[in-house]
Design a protein around this ligand. Structure first.
Ligand code: NAP
Length: 546
């Protein structure tokens, strides 16, 4: 690593720091961030904890891992030429292909020289006098940077230590977000899966035909949509390549950053037959359009939500052979779409198999992990392998696990321990020159196609750093009032939705002691982008530059 700063007197807008920017994380946003910084003539270094790049698509290599966004919108938009040199094999691609794509991008853009793999950032300390950040890693690196951009991912801090006795288990124990690169053998084994979120569902449907016995420990049932996946062929590739310019615009102008939007008008304006037809058509499409591209009322109007919920329940019931199983698998306590809706393939049918058992732990929680398996209030389940698909400390976890100290030594953990707030999900009062992607109160994994919002956030951050540099300014920090104003705006929108009535990681309620607040901004991707653009165009009102 080269920390040699050649210039003695920094150019206006620059400090004496080793780097203009340190980026944390080489996932989808971190790589694009590096690309943009380099193109802007800035000296940057990326620290990546993994021994490969890809972030989510590096760590989550569990069986069945696949993206729920259609591949043709889950990609970078910065180069038409590069876009034309890549083809997606399926409408919804699996993890290995996504990991290959991300590596292809790094190769094509020559990004490797500025990425230090296998290095976890452990500490960040702001130096008010030097106007820079001191960055520490678990490999002993000590560098300074004028700016730090966190690209640590919204869903990257896995919840792994959940039950007493985990270390005692004599079988194989895995968390889906720390899946090994070496092959895992399922054949001939009694396997238990804890968790039925988007991840657990993909694991269950994939390994059910392989294992001798599968026990699924379900605390909360999920509404699911059948994924309509297919292989792309040569004419499809040509057509998708031809749509580059249009799609690049389109994804930034829809509610959730996809190639679909709420375009059917109001649910109330349709007759019952028209509503049914629309829902059938969306259902057949087999994408998240049924959820975030159907009718906006689904997320805010109890009656509309009840109608759509009844439709989904009917579709699910038709696929489950035994009524007593259907009663456990189909949610009754919350409305459709108020938690993340997973797409699935033969998930419900997996429970029709003789070797699969649903263990309903809603009334009899897991008490402990024993040497032999899982013990609940109802008894012990003996297993050879246990898979935790138990999710993440979303949005805040990746950052509070780093010792981040802003002005006057105040830690981010303390700040968010009191109240989870940000300025537009991009910056924090008290933490100058610190930028974030995928952070609380910005559109993110909930209600945003991640590649769309991550690229938009990286663009804003890069343009802001260049804005400062071009005007000879060294620091930028939002005021406390700006944070408060954004929080109020966020809360007003969040509290008008049905989302805040249902427990899930969306609200942080999956983590003991975490403040209950909708973590993602749900005012829409297009509306959010416009507000970010307006702030920039108006010279950053609510942000102090020095
Ligand atoms: P998740 O949605 O938070 O699900 C975690 C599961 O573990 C839930 O079923 C939860 O039950 C259960 N669980 C947690 N702690 C437990 C405990 N102590 N005892 C029993 N059960 C427990 O996490 P995830 O499935 O990893 O998904 C997280 C997000 O990642 C998704 O919502 C999605 O945004 C993203 N993701 C996307 C894809 C894709 O695009 N295809 C795939 C996977 C993940 P409760 O519900 O009762 O808390």
């Amino acid at each position: 690593m080269n920390t040699n700063n050649a210039s003695h007197v920094p150019a206006p807008g620059r400090t004496h720091a080793d780097f203009d920017v340190v980026v944390i994380g080489a996932g989808l946003s971190g790589l694009y961030q590096l690309y943009r910084l380099r193109r802007s003539g800035l000296k940057a270094l990326v620290f990546e904890a993994g021994d490969g790049i890809g972030g989510t698509w590096f760590w989550n290599r569990y069986p069945g891992a696949r993206v729920d966004s259609q591949s043709h919108v889950y990609q970078y938009w910065f180069s038409k030429e590069i876009h034309e040199d890549w083809t997606w094999s399926e409408r919804f691609c699996a993890q290995p292909e996504l990991e290959r794509y991300i590596n292809f991008i790094a190769d094509r853009c020559g990004l490797w020289d500025d990425i230090q793999l296998g290095t976890r950032v452990t500490g960040l300390r702001y130096d008010d006098n030097g106007r820079c950040w001191h960055v520490e890693t678990d490999r002993g690196d000590r560098v300074t940077a004028q700016f730090v951009v966190s690209c640590t991912g919204m869903l990257s801090a896995p919840l792994t230590d959940l039950f007493p006795g985990q270390k005692r288990f004599r079988g194989e124990l895995y968390h889906t977000a720390r899946w090994p690169k070496t092959p895992v053998v399922f054949e001939g084994k009694r396997v238990g899966v804890v968790g039925t979120g988007a991840t657990g569902i993909q694991v269950i449907q994939t390994i059910a035909p392989l294992v001798t016995q599968l026990k699924v420990f379900q605390r909360t049932p999920q509404y699911t949509i059948q994924m309509n996946n297919w292989r792309w062929n040569e004419p499809d590739h040509k057509q998708l390549h031809a749509r580059f310019d249009e799609l690049k615009q389109r994804v930034h102008n829809t509610f959730a950053g996809f190639d679909f939007d709420f375009e059917r008008g109001s649910y109330h304006a349709l007759t019952p037959a028209q509503r049914r037809d629309a829902l059938e058509e969306l259902w057949h499409d087999g994408t998240l359009a049924f959820w975030v591209g159907s009718f906006p009322e689904v997320l805010v109007d109890e009656n509309v939500n009840a109608d759509v919920t009844a439709f989904v329940r009917e579709k699910m019931r038709a696929r489950i052979e035994r009524p007593e199983l259907a009663a456990k698998l189909i949610p009754t306590r919350y409305g459709f779409g108020t938690r993340r809706v997973p797409l699935e393939t033969h998930y419900l049918e997996a429970y029709n198999r003789d070797n699969v058992e649903l263990v309903d732990i809603s009334q009899t929680p897991i008490r402990e992990i024993t040497e032999k398996g899982v013990r609940t209030a109802a008894g012990e389940y003996e297993l050879d392998m246990l898979i935790f698909a138990t999710g993440f400390d979303a949005a805040t976890g990746a950052l509070t696990r780093i010792d981040i100290r802003g002005r006057e030594g105040r830690t981010l953990k303390e700040k968010w321990g009191e109240d989870i707030r940000t300025a537009m999900g991009l910056q924090l009062h008290g933490f100058p020159n610190f930028f974030m992607t995928g952070a609380p109160l910005a559109p993110s994994a909930a209600f945003c196609n991640m590649t769309t919002c991550l690229q938009q956030q990286v663009d804003w951050i890069t343009d802001t750093i260049c804005y400062l540099r071009d005007r000879g300014r060294q620091t930028i920090e939002p005021t406390a009032e700006k944070e408060e104003q954004w929080l109020q705006h966020h809360e007003e929108i969040a509290n008008a939705t049905l989302l805040v009535k249902t427990d899930s990681w969306y609200l942080g309620s999956n983590v003991k002691g975490k403040q209950r607040r909708l973590l993602s901004y749900v005012g829409g991707v297009a509306a959010y982008r416009q507000q970010c653009d307006q702030v920039m165009a108006a010279g950053y009102p609510g942000f102090v530059m020095a």
